[in-house]
Design a protein around this ligand. Structure first.
Ligand code: SF4
Length: 67
């Protein structure tokens, strides 16, 4: 599972950082920074919550396809 963020959509609300601080951070302008693009399974619920509450729908999970 990979996490990706669309910095162009991000409005800097910071909700994702509150939900999953191990995975998301913000730069000096408030724009989202993905700290961990391949987070541990223990982080998945927090990541799912962050994706759900992001007001800009800037976050998504890219699932790796299985051969
Ligand atoms: S919750 Fe969405 S809009 Fe807010 S900082 Fe994170 S990615 Fe950006």
């Amino acid at each position: 599972v990979q996490v990706s963020a669309d910095e162009d959509r991000c409005v800097g609300a910071g909700s994702c950082v509150m939900s999953a601080p191990e995975v998301f951070d913000q730069d000096d302008y408030g724009t989202v920074v993905v700290r961990d693009e391949d987070p541990d399974e223990s982080q998945w619920p927090a990541v799912a919550e962050a994706i759900a509450i992001c007001p800009a729908a800037a976050l998504r999970i890219v699932r790796e396809s299985t051969p």
